[in-house]
Write a protein that binds this ligand. Structure first.
Ligand code: HEC
Length: 139
């Protein structure tokens, strides 16, 4: 029992970044941006299929985001602590998943303004992470 618990802890702590490179993360980020565009174009062209497809793509991509191998192996303890803090949490992923479902539902029900409001909530989640000073790429 102790052994199992210990293995879980090890997997929980070190397993999450296994093999996840920065290139892979950039690709996943691009997939998410495309998905957001698909949702948005569905809004403007009044096309629920496009909204739904974008929402599904985004749901698939958001669960792939995690710390990269480089982040995890960072020897600088302070930087590592910062990136850990900025890492996507399960909670954020679940929240975005839920927002995607709400967008699809509302838009199909003809409640377009509400769909847009929820879309903006997702965009805020993206930017909330991007403005984190630990990610120097956007400076
Ligand atoms: C947990 C933090 C985090 C969240 C949440 C996040 N991003 Fe990112 N994003 C990053 C980081 C870090 C990079 C820089 C690329 C890298 O180092 O992996 C990035 C880069 C990008 C890029 C540029 C990719 C390139 O070609 O250079 C796009 C586009 C992007 N994100 C879109 C999004 C969208 C859309 C969302 C929300 C649905 C989102 N991101 C949510 C951290 C995040």
């Amino acid at each position: 029992m102790k052994k199992i618990l210990f293995s879980c802890l090890v997997v929980g702590t070190f397993g999450f970044a296994q093999g996840y490179t920065q290139d892979a993360r950039i690709q996943d980020m691009q997939k998410m941006a495309k998905a957001m565009q698909k949702i948005q174009s569905g809004f403007f062209y009044n096309n629920p299929d496009s909204v739904n497809a974008g929402a599904e793509n985004l749901k698939a991509a958001i669960f792939k985001i995690k710390l990269t191998v480089k982040d995890v192996k960072n020897k600088d303890v302070y930087k590592k602590w910062l990136t850990n803090n900025a890492s996507t949490t399960r909670r954020t992923q679940m929240k975005i998943e839920e927002y995607c479902d709400v967008i699809s539902e509302r838009f199909s029900d003809g409640n377009k303004k509400q769909a847009l409001q929820v879309y903006n909530k997702i965009a805020s989640e993206c930017i909330r992470c991007h403005v984190n000073p630990v990610f120097t790429y956007n400076k």
